[in-house]
Design a protein around this ligand. Structure first.
Ligand code: PAF
Length: 281
């Protein structure tokens, strides 16, 4: 696996990888890789001859007071894991390569509607930052396929909408969440949890499972269901941002008996913001 840090080197290597019209899959990440990311690489490898991964902690998608500075940067370990997983090329640009004028005067990509509620309401500007950097990566790499995890379910839908609206010739593949044995969704941010918080963190997934069970058993008062889950999370020491049941296709309010639904939640546990979601098919 080659590692490139500049756009010129990226383009040079891509020309070689594309020889003979080979399909290229892109796996965009912010690094501190875990088994969930490696599952994305595996899915990419099954569908394309060449796999390009990117590692870039994107300042544009972090709000003031969020964890941009302390976000774990573990390039050496990450590069080892990607090489072992069969990635052909790793693009790991510094901030000034992606944003030569830093955050000032840069063009943005906005995806209104789908970006507005849920995480978008609690992290203003977050999805604009995500859509902008993903659009830039698509323009730089020009992949045939790009792979994203379903843990960031709203992000996945934002990217699908951006690709449809702006006619990017890229297929978007969503890959199911990879969980720890106790059910906690794998996340680069789980390393922020203290041992006590880590033991309690699985409660978020348990509440999603309880809500799904209730829906499958016939509960149709989705607001009451979500309110009960929010109260129980608070009792367990979380500060929930939201716990919501939405239509899975576009995150619109759910229509009873129309499926699939998606139950989505975000909650803080100490200094860590956890997100998770579950499908109700
Ligand atoms: O999901 C992530 O890790 C990031 O939001 C992404 C898609 C790499 C954009 O920075």
């Amino acid at each position: 696996m080659q590692i490139v840090h500049s756009i010129a080197h990226l383009r040079g290597r891509l020309t070689d990888l594309r020889e003979g019209g080979a399909a290229i899959a892109l796996v965009p990440t912010m690094g501190n890789l875990h088994a969930g990311h490696l599952r994305l690489v595996e899915a990419a490898r099954q569908r394309a001859r060449s796999v390009v991964a990117s590692i870039f902690v994107n300042p544009l998608q972090f709000g003031p007071g969020e964890d941009f500075e302390r976000y774990p940067r573990t390039l050496k370990e990450d590069a080892g894991k990607l090489a072992e997983s069969g990635v052909d090329l790793l693009f790991a640009p510094p901030v000034d390569v992606m944003y030569p004028e830093q955050r000032k005067n840069t063009a943005f990509v906005e995806v209104p509607g789908i970006s507005d509620g849920l995480c978008g309401a609690f992290r203003p500007g977050h999805f604009r930052g995500v859509a902008t950097v993903v659009a830039k990566l698509f323009n730089l790499v020009q992949p045939d396929l790009a792979v994203f995890g379903e843990k960031d379910y709203q992000q996945l839908l934002v990217i699908r909408k951006m690709v449809a609206d702006l006619n990017f010739p890229v297929e978007i593949l969503g890959v199911p969440i990879v969980r720890e044995v106790d059910g906690l969704a794998m996340s680069s941010r789980n390393c922020y949890l203290s041992p006590g918080e880590r033991a309690r963190a699985t409660r978020l997934y348990e509440e999603l499972c309880a809500a799904r069970r209730a829906i499958l058993e016939g509960e149709r008062d989705f607001s009451a269901l979500a309110e009960r889950a929010m109260s129980r999370l608070k009792e367990a020491g979380f500060e929930p941002d939201y716990f919501e049941i939405r239509s899975a296709s576009d995150l619109s309010p759910p229509v009873p008996d129309r499926r699939p639904l998606r139950i989505l939640a975000a909650a803080r546990l100490g200094r860590t913001r956890l997100i998770d979601n579950l499908e109700v098919a």
